[in-house]
Ligand binder design. Structure first.
Ligand SMILES: Cc1cc2nc3c(=O)[nH]c(=O)nc-3n(C[C@H](O)[C@H](O)[C@H](O)COP(=O)(O)O)c2cc1C
Length: 141
């Protein structure tokens, strides 16, 4: 009950087509629903940014699988730790495939000069609270 946990990471997406992203989204939603994991996954440019939340063991178990997934590389954790309550409680995995305009809008919302092109840049520029707020704004839009 009291071990809610959240983890945010960024990664370098492999060359995925719209169809691949649809399959990934369905997979995430179905599996997370079973484990009561919630969160959000953004795909934009060459990056994924994901937040997973749920019981600590479950989050870490799923993340261990995600890290090994060949659909992305260079998986870097931006922040993780206990949380008081879920931010994405309504979503087994809210999924956004951002086009160029979407990336620019989210980057602006986060306060980034532009949507990062590499994991290195994303990590260097990352302010997790600002990313979380921008993610919540996306859901509210
Ligand atoms: C960017 C990305 C995000 C993913 N997010 C999730 C997720 O939220 N939940 C999940 O169960 N699997 C997620 N996966 C899929 C896992 O990596 C893995 O394929 C899935 O858990 C099945 O693993 P298994 O076949 O070893 O059971 C994600 C994969 C990628 C590439």
């Amino acid at each position: 009950m009291h071990d809610l946990y959240s983890l945010m990471y960024v990664s370098q997406a492999s060359d995925l087509q719209a169809h691949d992203l649809e399959i990934l989204e369905k997979e995430c939603v179905a599996r997370n629903a079973r484990l009561n994991i919630t969160g959000i996954l953004l795909h934009g440019g060459h990056l994924f940014v994901q937040v997973l939340e749920g019981h600590k063991d479950d989050v870490q178990h799923v993340f261990a699988k995600i890290e090994k997934d060949r659909r992305h590389t260079m998986v870097i954790v931006l922040t993780e730790g206990p949380i008081g309550e879920r931010r994405f409680a309504e979503w087994s995995m809210a999924f956004y495939a951002l086009d160029h305009i979407g990336c620019t809008a989210v980057a602006k919302d986060i306060g980034w000069p532009e949507w990062p092109q590499t994991v290195g840049r994303a990590t260097a520029q990352a302010q997790p609270p600002a990313i979380l707020a921008a993610m919540q704004n996306l859901l509210a839009a």
